[in-house]
Ligand binder design. Structure first.
Ligand code: UD1
Ligand code: UDP
Length: 359
């Protein structure tokens, strides 16, 4: 089968790394990079480190409003699909690149395979939820990471083409987790290009959601909680909010937060696996914390991954100083930690389902 895979954002490169290695044994894959993430540390570093095949197309579309970005991607992806005429278009997750890829495909009557289907936060205020709901509605194959996701689709009347494959992010943790080493020179840098020495004990923070970083108030609440912790906080900052983060730390004189440039995946996994605790609003990082047995606080109102909440291993939290500190002091019960994200062979299952697809 000829498959056009659309990627654009950091977590999609990681999922493509886990999938392409297996998929390409049986299928022809054409990789389309929309360009949504483009800084070296947000894009090339993943292709280099994880040996992801070079994209066949890089559309160079990034920034602007959600509508502008998605619209420009739709136009450009349509052109590629018309030229390539694939048997299937594969998209991952919930970014604007996901929705643009799916819309371009459905308008050309090409079947869509949505990997990481069925995730729900039950609010269309969240831009990713819009992308998920619409992509699921028009997909032929809906490949879910968990039974919860399957249940979410069933509740919306979607049962055809739905499979539980397990989570590619879990495949990636098992595969790349063996290769982790402490950060080497150049892996952990501040914004002036100086090395950051990783403290022996630290809390890992990642925070990039529009809801938490679009204005000063929520980010400042999060920072003032981090400032009050007894160990330093390491924060690899997403480019969307590094200016705000730097300014707030300077204005408020926060000394406990080590701001770093975004890191590569292997460094990121190392940081998660050695952290005392993790504070994040990332869908990927909260699962990695869970896979690697780290306590996590997730700075979101609704749980995209409710499986991780068992035993308070992960807790949802508002961006509120006192609530964050209170929840970080709760002792998680790891004995209830049961893997519901598959067996680490999601890539093989996805490949088999694609091979068996009849249309
Ligand atoms: C996107 C996804 C989000 C995902 C995240 C992964 C959508 C709606 N959201 O959010 O689901 O969790 O990617 O990291 O698609 N920027 C740079 N350099 C880059 C990339 C981005 O400077 O390499 C800046 C640009 O100014 C851009 C802003 O960051 O306008 C936001 O980037 P965008 O891709 O729109 O959304 P993310 O916050 O990255
Ligand atoms: N990640 C990374 N470098 C960083 C921050 C995160 O490699 O500086 C990895 C992280 O380990 C996880 C993925 O990126 O595998 C999560 O991506 P992100 O938080 O950007 O998006 P989300 O998962 O929320 O959509």
């Amino acid at each position: 089968m000829k498959i056009c895979t659309v990627v654009g954002a950091r977590p999609q490169f990681i999922k493509a790394a886990a999938l392409s290695r297996v998929l390409r044994r049986q299928h022809e894959e054409v990789l389309i990079h929309t360009g949504q993430h483009y800084d070296h540390n947000m894009s090339d570093i993943f292709f280099d480190e994880l040996s992801i095949p070079r994209p066949d197309y890089n559309l160079g579309i990034a920034g602007g409003s959600h509508g502008k970005m998605t619209g420009e991607m739709l136009i450009a992806i349509e052109e590629v699909l018309q030229k390539e005429r694939p048997d299937m278009v594969l998209v991952f997750g919930d970014t604007n690149s996901t929705l643009a890829g799916a819309l371009a495909a459905v308008k050309l009557h090409l079947p869509i395979c949505h990997v990481e289907a069925g995730v729900r936060m039950e609010t269309l205020q969240n831009p990713e939820e819009v992308n998920r709901v619409l992509t699921d509605r028009i997909s032929a194959l809906l490949l879910c990471c968990t039974e919860t996701a399957i249940g979410n689709l069933r509740a919306e009347g979607i049962t055809r083409g739905v499979y539980n494959t397990g989570d590619l992010m879990y495949d990636a943790v098992l595969y790349y987790g063996k290769r982790l080493t402490a950060p080497r020179p150049g892996d952990l840098m501040d914004f002036s290009g100086k090395e950051v020495a990783l403290p022996e004990k630290y809390v890992l923070l990642t925070c990039h959601r529009e809801e938490n970083t679009g204005t000063d108030e929520p980010l400042d609440q999060i920072f003032s909680a981090m400032e009050a912790l007894p160990v330093p906080v390491v924060y690899p900052v997403h480019p969307r909010n590094h200016e705000r983060a730097q300014r707030l730390c300077q204005e408020k004189g926060y000394r406990n937060i080590l701001l770093t440039q975004p890191v590569g995946y292997l460094t990121s996994l190392y940081l998660v696996s050695h952290a005392d605790q993790v504070v994040t609003d990332s869908g990927g990082l909260q699962r990695e914390a869970w896979f690697l047995g780290r306590q996590c606080i997730t700075l979101l109102d609704n749980p995209p991954w409710p499986e991780t909440l068992e035993g308070n291993v992960n807790q949802l939290c508002r961006p509120d100083k006192e609530e964050i500190l209170r929840k970080l002091s709760v002792r998680p019960d790891f004995s209830r930690h049961q893997n519901q994200f598959g067996d680490g062979h999601a890539a093989e299952k996805i490949t088999e389902i694609l091979s068996a697809y009849q249309g």
